[in-house]
Ligand binder design. Structure first.
Ligand SMILES: Nc1nc2c(ncn2[C@@H]2O[C@H](COP(=O)(O)OP(=O)(O)OP(=O)(O)O)[C@@H](O)[C@H]2O)c(=O)[nH]1
Ligand SMILES: [Mg+2]
Length: 398
């Protein structure tokens, strides 16, 4: 699946069969496919479009060879150094004096590597050791927990395994590749086959200055996939301290459904409320009402009323109860673990239902057919279910 490293070139020629594309198309031909459905991935920056794109190719294309995974090593190194540098800047004077030398080492490595244009080229063992010490420092941990730094959501994934990443012979796993953060510029496209259908998926950059590519791709899309980071309810907007990036994502969706290419069309538009895993974890400490004051977070409002809705919603989205099984739910001696887990699930699902209603409300005066699912793009099983839902939509044509 050379596509993951070379697909930018394929962007000019969507039917190119080089690299991974050929593998996916070969699979498609086994089903005697006649139609190729174009899926266009849009949504705000860091909502998880590329993560889903990579997962789709990993699950439905050919698995990545060791050589291909190795090409992601500099990216992983860079993710580690960027994350620890940002956290140290936020923790700053509170870092323990005994970790001052570790910080100096990390800073020097980051600075020299950046100046030499070699960020990500190496991750020496002593720098990895220093990173691990800093990651264990209470001030750095505190800065992470308090979300003081604008870190990619994969920061913890990589910092937790920094010594392994720096070890000799380290080859990024498929999961490391999926989670390695790189901002998408322009567009990346690829083909895959699933459920007897052939798909052409286009991953577009979501940062503000990248969105010009959306207009060009939307008219040709058979299904528009709009990604949202549910966890953005805890991320303040960069422009307005009273709003969060989730508010901005809702506005962006409103603009999208009213764009000329969509407003009067009956194109299916699937909204993926992504990062359900992080959302469930964040709800333990930050109520959704902190972002949407009209939402009632109280346990009583959701546990009994939405328990059955929760079960069906979880089944439909592939949401895992295990994600929230340790959630802090007001416990009584009579409350069993299962009850606690389902109560926590019900609260997460109620919060998701509220966010979903905010998105669907924006499309009410359009003819766009909106389908909303809560997902975790990092979860293979969830991505498989998502593909089932996409297939059902293209087959039904609604
Ligand atoms: N825990 C968790 N992390 C996720 C999930 N989906 C994406 N991420 C992480 O979120 C970060 C951003 O994901 P990307 O896929 O790069 O986001 P994007 O939408 O392509 O961003 P742009 O290219 O800037 O538009 C990465 O570090 C991913 O590993 C998820 O479901 N759960
Ligand atoms: Mg991207």
């Amino acid at each position: 699946m050379g596509s993951l490293v070379s697909c930018a070139a394929a962007a000019q020629t969507p039917t190119a069969t080089a690299g991974g594309a050929s593998g996916a198309v070969t699979t498609a031909s086994a089903f005697t496919v006649t139609t190729r459905h174009k899926l266009v991935l849009v949504g705000a920056g860091e909502s998880g479009k590329s993560t889903l794109f990579k997962k789709l190719l990993m699950l439905y294309g050919q698995s990545l060879s060791e050589a291909e995974r190795l090409t992601y090593r500099p990216n992983v190194y860079r993710n580690v150094i960027d994350a620890i540098s940002m956290l140290c800047r936020c923790a700053d004077a509170d870092i323990r004096p005994e970790n001052a030398s570790a910080r100096a080492l990390v800073d020097a490595h980051a600075e020299v590597a950046t100046r030499a244009g070699l960020a990500g080229a190496t991750l020496p063992a002593d720098v990895a050791e220093a990173t691990a010490r800093l990651w264990a420092d209470p001030a750095v941990c505190g800065a992470f927990t308090a979300r003081k730094a604008e870190l990619p959501d994969s920061a913890k994934w990589f910092l937790d395994q920094v010594k392994h990443i720096a070890s000799e012979g380290y080859v990024p796993s498929a999961e490391d590749v999926a989670r390695a953060r790189t901002r998408t510029t322009g567009q990346t496209e690829q083909e895959f086959a699933a459920g007897g259908q052939s798909f052409h998926v286009v991953d577009l950059g979501g940062q503000m200055f990248e969105r010009k590519t959306w207009q060009k791709n939307l008219p040709e899309a058979d299904v528009v996939l709009f990604m949202v980071s549910l966890n953005d309810y805890t991320r303040p907007s960069r422009d307005d301290p009273w709003r969060t990036q989730l508010h901005e994502s809702i506005d962006l969706f409103g603009e999208l459904v009213h764009a000329d290419a969509l407003r009067t069309s009956t194109k299916p538009l699937m909204v993926f409320l992504n990062k359900r895993d992080l959302f469930a974890a964040s709800l333990r400490t930050t109520p959704l009402s902190a972002c949407f004051p009209e939402f009632d977070d109280s346990a009583d409002a959701h546990t009994s009323a939405s328990a059955s809705a929760s079960a069906s919603a979880s089944a439909a989205t592939g949401a895992k109860s295990a994600d929230v099984s340790t959630a802090v739910v007001p416990s009584t001696p009579a409350m069993s673990t299962t009850t606690m887990a389902s109560a926590a699930d019900a609260r997460v699902d109620a919060a998701i239902a509220h966010v979903k209603s905010l998105f669907t409300a924006r499309a009410q005066d359009t003819s766009v057919r909106v389908h909303v699912h809560a997902i975790s793009a990092t979860d293979d099983e969830c991505v498989r279910r998502l593909v089932g839902s996409v297939t059902a939509v293209v087959v039904a044509g609604v």
